[in-house]
Design a protein. Sequence first.
Lengths: 160, 283
Amino acid sequence: MISKKVILTGSFGVGKTSLFNQFIYSRFSDKYLTTIGVKVNKKVISIEGKELSILLWDIAGEVSQDKVPVSYFLGASGIIYVFDLTRPTTFKNIETDLDYLKGLLPNSSVKIVGNKKDLLSEEEIEEVLKTIGNKCHITTSAKTGENVNELFLELGKELL
Amino acid sequence: MQQGYMNDIEKQTFQDEILLSKLREILLKEDRAALHTVQEVLDDPEKLSNRISPIIEHRLDILKQNFPEEYERIVTGIIEKKIKDSQDDLLDVIYPVLGKMIRKYVNQQFQVLKDNIDGRIANTFSSKSIIGRLRALVFGVRDSELLLSNLDSAVIEEVYVIERDSGILMGSYSRNSTIDKEVIAGMLTAIKSFVEDAFQREREDLELIQYGTYKILIQNFHTYYIAIALGGTLSSSEKAKLSTLILDFAEKELKLGKKHHEGYLDYEISEKLQTYFTAKLST
């Protein structure tokens, strides 16, 4: 079996830990508990008959170098950059953050994820996606579980 | 008969040809003989070898003498490129060897220190030291070793070989079943990364995590690290011995290839860990 490190990153409160819990344990909690440092867990998924062990690092808070140890990012094969569809401040730095991450991990696969889609209508989501230049790969809801497994399956295919 | 039908010009031509042929035979006789000799040499491998070998040897001598000047740049270029391309593999090989050398030196110094302590103990006239010395005399061992033997000896509970940056588990050995080993490897790497980044001590790595009598001893290599979870009390000499054991294992048993850096869990490493550490602990 092959194992790959995948990091979940993005601004605070965008739902990284909720996506983590939804993917690993298939559960969601409304209680907001900020992540201290980093949380690591794994899940084995099956892609076209091959098993892939995803070692998921849920990294707290920001992306910037002075707030998160660089070494948390190192060795990652996949990056999931999460933003909150309802909070423009969480997607205003996408370009800068991704440039920084791609500089650290030039060979990794990147997925830009707009989370909390359950809080907006389809039209509103379309508007948000337009404002960020359609860079978003997938919109998810950690609360309902919509597109969460799809996100990891898509990333998993790229990692194999 | 044929000559009877020839006219004068034809007769003259015919005679010229005969004369030319004779002249050719006279002139080329030596050349033909020489050619025959050459042919004989070429057809006989032994003769050919006798003729050619001295020439080749001579050329080789010239090459040997001029090799540094003529090929140094090319060879150096190739070696430099090769080293650059396989830097990680090279460091993986060198790391345990260097580590062992350093460990050996530290052990020697440790031994000197221990001998000094023994000397001081021997010269101290306390009741404790007299009893200690009496016990040492009875058991035939040094005081310091006697003291160490009174402590609970350390027990290796788990051993992990972990990819340094990603925290991906490359192999493991465990006496008892614990929670998911891949998660432990990841979390351990996260803790290690945090400590190393937070305190920003250049070229220094986290080498020990301790809680109560439980310890996680970490030996760092270039692209991976080995973590050993231990129960019981670990003396300095035992720690040194264990470090040597890990370096020895890395040098002899861990021949890491490209696949290890691509996230494959290697069951062979796990088997080797079990065999190696079980055998070492039982002795």
